[in-house]
Design a protein around this ligand. Structure first.
Ligand code: 5GP
Ligand code: ZN
Length: 138
């Protein structure tokens, strides 16, 4: 538990949340300000701010729960698809500093956009630049 962390407070039951799945190391609840019906958040029970702060076990627990819940969320709201994403860091739009994976149900013609729309202008990178970036990530 981190002091003043909203999602730690939901994990601890100190503030209410519409919990939809519980595991030993992960929890899922509905987003209070949903982008679509069924918008669900999956969080580790143990506080971690960024993906890089997650332990291997918590990472596994979170992403296993995402995998398990994805079809259930989609069926529950009769969606046609689902966007799954993490705003990892303030620059990426993270507002609550406790790792959470968004499951956002999508409907044909809902007027939304694919995940490709989240970043700014596309960079024009040469093959050499792509090779260089790949080598740095490896
Ligand atoms: P972020 O921008 O950090 O990726 O997303 C934070 C999400 O938490 C937002 O989608 C927001 O609607 C949701 N949220 C903020 N406060 C609460 C709350 O008190 N309860 C729940 N269930 N979700 C919240
Ligand atoms: Zn927390």
């Amino acid at each position: 538990m981190s002091d003043d962390c909203l999602f730690c407070s939901i994990v601890d039951g100190d503030i209410p949340g519409r919990i939809v799945a519980e595991r030993d190391d992960a929890l899922a609840f509905l987003d209070a300000n949903p982008l679509a019906p069924g918008h669900t958040l999956v969080v580790p029970r143990t506080h971690a701010e960024r993906l890089d702060d997650l332990s291997v076990d918590d990472s596994r627990a979170v992403f296993d729960l995402v995998r398990d819940l994805a079809p259930d969320v989609e069926v529950a709201v009769d969606a046609d698809g689902l966007n799954v994403g993490v705003n990892d860091g303030e620059a990426a739009g993270q507002e609550v500093p406790h790792v959470h994976v968004h499951l956002v149900p999508r409907f044909e013609g809902d007027g939304g956009a694919p995940i490709h729309a989240v970043a700014g202008d596309r960079p024009d990178l040469s093959d050499d630049e792509l090779d260089e970036i790949a080598a740095k990530i490896e």
